[in-house]
Write a protein that binds this ligand. Structure first.
Ligand code: MRU
Length: 350
C-alpha cells in the first residue's frame, strides 16, 4: 500500500496525487500554507485524508507560531485554522479534524500551558486521528466485505481507497477485503470520474496494485452495463452525510444511484462516522464545492473546448437517502430509515 502522508521530524511528507499514476512524487514541507495549497489543488484528497492532513498542517502552524510569533501564539493558530477551513468546503472530515485540534489548544490556553506542551499535545492528537482512521478503515473494510458475494462485479466511482484515507480505504477497503482477505472472486468496474479522473488515475492504479481484476469505463457507460446485467452492486465513499442519510460524494454519484435504483441494483455508501455531520438534517444543507472552469475545458494539458464557453463544475452532488441501500460505517451496516441510527451512533451510544 502506498503511504499517502507521513509526519517526520516536524515536517509533513505527502504523496502528490495529481501526478499519479505516471509518477510517485513526494513533497516534504514544514509550512502549513503548502499543505493548504496541496489540499486545494487535490494533491492531497479524499475526505478522511483531508482531515488527517489538516490536523498535521495545524501542527506545522503551531510550530511556526512558537518560533516566529510567540507573543501572538493563539491568534496565529486561529489564522492557521481559518486558512485550512477555507481549502475545501464539502468534506466534513476537514472541519471535524480541525474542531478536535481546536479543542486541544483551547484547553491548553485555559489551563495556561506552555506553547511547547500544547504543540506536543497537538502532534499527539493529529497522530491519534491518523491511527484511528487506520482502524476505522479496517472495520469498514471487514464489514463491507460481508455484503459482497463471490462472482460479483462491483461498480465504484471516484477514489475511496487507501489514497483517500490513512489506510485500506472505505469503498475500496470493502472490495480489497472481499478479494484479498476473504478470497472472493470478484471484479470491479471503475468509473473514470470526470473532470479530474480520480477513478481512472487512482482507483484502477490501486486496485491493480492489489491484483483485483479491474475494468475502466467512462462515466457515461454505467447505465449500459447495468442494463446488460453486468453490475451486481455499487459501492462508493462519501464526503458528508446528513442525519437523514442524504450523502454528498463526487459529482456523478447521484446519477449512478438513480441508475442503480432503476435497475434494482444495491447501492452502498461506505464511510467513517467522522463523515456524518450531526449539525445538518438533510443533504440540502451540504455546501457543494464549485471548482474552476479550466478543469472542464482542458483534458490534462489539452484544450478541448473554447475558453469563452460558460462552464459549471460542481465537484460533488447529493444522493437522497431513498436511493441508498445501506451505509457501511465502522460501527455497523445501517439500513433505512437512517436518521435515528446515525444520530445514535454519532452520539456514541449506538
Ligand atoms: O475531490 P476528491 O477527490 O477529494 O473527492 C473524493 C471523493 O469524492 C471520495 O469518494 C470521498 O472523499 C470518500 S474518500 C474515502
Amino acid at each position: 500500500m502506498l503511504k499517502t502522508i507521513e509526519w517526520k521530524n516536524g515536517c509533513l511528507k505527502f504523496l502528490d496525487q495529481t501526478k499519479l499514476p505516471a509518477e510517485e512524487v513526494y513533497q516534504e514541507t514544514a509550512d502549513f500554507r503548502e499543505v493548504a495549497q496541496a489540499i486545494k489543488r487535490l494533491s492531497i484528497r479524499g475526505a478522511p485524508l483531508i482531515g488527517v492532513s489538516a490536523a498535521y498542517a495545524l501542527c506545522l502552524g503551531a510550530q511556526e507560531a512558537e518560533k516566529r510569533f510567540p507573543e501572538n501564539y493563539f491568534d496565529f493558530l486561529d489564522q492557521v485554522d481559518n486558512t485550512l477551513r477555507h481549502t475545501r468546503p464539502t468534506a466534513v472530515n476537514l472541519f471535524w479534524a480541525l474542531d478536535r485540534m481546536r479543542e486541544v489548544w483551547s484547553k491548553g490556553k485555559l489551563k495556561g500551558e506552555s506553547m511547547q506542551t500544547i504543540n506536543l499535545q497537538l502532534i499527539r492528537e493529529a497522530q491519534a486521528i491518523e491511527n484511528e482512521d487506520r482502524e476505522i478503515n479496517q472495520a469498514i473494510a471487514r464489514l463491507g466485505s460481508q455484503l459482497i458475494q463471490t462472482g460479483e462485479t462491483i461498480l465504484t466511482h471516484c477514489n475511496a481507497g487507501a489514497l483517500a484515507c490513512g489506510a485500506w480505504g472505505t469503498a475500496l477497503g470493502a472490495i480489497y477485503w472481499a478479494s484479498v482477505k476473504d478470497n472472493k472472486k470478484i471484479s470491479v468496474l471503475a468509473d473514470e470520474t470526470r473532470p479530474l479522473l480520480q477513478g481512472a488515475r487512482l482507483t484502477t492504479f490501486e486496485l491493480l496494485k492489489n491484483r483485483v481484476p479491474t475494468t475502466l469505463i467512462c462515466d457515461n457507460m454505467a447505465g449500459f452495463f447495468m442494463a446488460q446485467g453486468k453490475v451486481d452492486r455499487v459501492i462508493v465513499g462519501a464526503d458528508r452525510i446528513a442525519l437523514n442519510g442524504d450523502v454528498a460524494n463526487k459529482i456523478g454519484t447521484y446519477s449512478l444511484a438513480v441508475l442503480a435504483f432503476h435497475h434494482s441494483i444495491p447501492f452502498h455508501v461506505a464511510a467513517p462516522l467522522s463523515t456524518v455531520d450531526d449539525k445538518i438534517f438533510t443533504g440540502e444543507e451540504i455546501p457543494i464545492e464549485e471548482r474552476g472552469k479550466e478543469e472542464v475545458i482542458c483534458w490534462g494539458e489539452r484544450q478541448i473546448a473554447p475558453f469563452e464557453v460558460g462552464v459549471r463544475n460542481p465537484a460533488f452532488d447529493v444522493t437522497p437517502n431513498q436511493l441508498i441501500t445501506s451505509i457501511i460505517t465502522e460501527k455497523g451496516i445501517l439500513y433505512p430509515p437512517f436518521i435515528d441510527k446515525l444520530k445514535k451512533l454519532k452520539k456514541g451510544d449506538g
